[in-house]
Write a protein that binds this ligand. Sequence first.
Ligand SMILES: *Cc1c(COP(=O)(O)O)cnc(C)c1O
Length: 425
Amino acid sequence: MDCFSYKNGSLLAENVRVEEIAGEVGTPVYIYSKATFLDHLQKIRQAYGGLDTMICYSVKACGNVNILRFMADAGSGFDVVSGGELYRVLQAGGDPSKVVYAGVGKTDTEITEALDAGIGYFNIESEAELENLIRLAAQRGKQAKVALRVNPDVEYKTHAFITTGKKETKFGVDIERAMKVFADYGENTAVNLCALHVHLGSGGKKIDPYVGAVEKILPLIDRLRGKGHTIEAVDLGGGYGADYESDTVPSAAEYAAGIVPLLKDKDLRLILEPGKSICANAGIMLTRVLYIKRGGRKKFVIADAGMNDLIRPSLYDAFHFIWPAKVDEKLVPRQRSEDLKIDGTEVVDIVGPICEGADFFAKDRAIPPTERGDLLSIFSAGAYGFTMSSNYNARGRAAEVLVDGGKFTVVRKRETYNDLIVLER
Ligand SMILES: *Cc1c(COP(=O)(O)O)cnc(C)c1O
């Protein structure tokens, strides 16, 4: 579910008309629904209720500290991939023991900070990284808990840039090498090598790869336990699909129905790192139409948001449903879909103001007729939207607004011109 719906032709975020937000805060603006975040978290928690599960929301998907704060209050742990993300979690009051830290290139500074914070697990990607962690932990007289990232080599259909679970990626080690890593480092006192981590990629729409990964991991766990190693947890990573189009991906309950039976009575704690399945549909980006332009047979809708604000269409060829924030009742979309056919729409390209051909949000898309000044909602923009935004073309980053029931709060101010140069003197 999400909390963005039309009432009398006007788009609401929970109980707030998004037009009202745009009027006060300007555009482009990211608008998040707190209830949607919490609902998605709760659904995952319920789905995996039969197991000892730690849910670690993936900060890189949408990491505003105000969002992390209410997620922490709701009991969420966090998946971080940098020192900066760990800093965000700590600032938000997150519980460090519920933090897992992945990433192939952790620096000494980042590792030291995570050791000092006392995070839950280091998700380790290579022997070289493990040796460095051992050195730094020993220096500080600490013992770090480690989940070894294993590459289960399963097929995961998504964009090539965001698949990570095949053999030929830079992520993790393969199953045979995992045996050797445990043999070599299992007795080391600076680390407690006690878990396995897999993360297959992002944007999948199927349960099978997860089931396949668990089926490959369980025999490995048996073999490791047979050699005397204690394996207390398995971290299945993130990448669970989000409905960029209505009802196109499995629900949390459906993933769980495939995964939970395999892990039942295995004496394993399950760690999950959901990102976009929690936040993609908890956010939209609102943009205002600046100009309409005709070129050849094409009609272009030129918006005030650009690829610096939301890069997913340019980078991943990602689909985002786009619709005006105010429409005739008969043009209210009943579902979000790439080939929605409604009478009274016209086919346009929706593009941004940036000097790049890649600066588009949609091509040949049917939307209701729009004119200068109209507001467009780019749906499912909560994940990898703001967090991937930049200042390209010296554009200040968009404001972020959090809606909670009938009220809204600016949780990040729009960047000013001065913000653009403040570090340059
Ligand atoms: C990016 C990432 C996630 C979250 O992925 P989603 O597709 O947003 O669910 C989880 N774990 C790791 C290690 C990641 O790199």
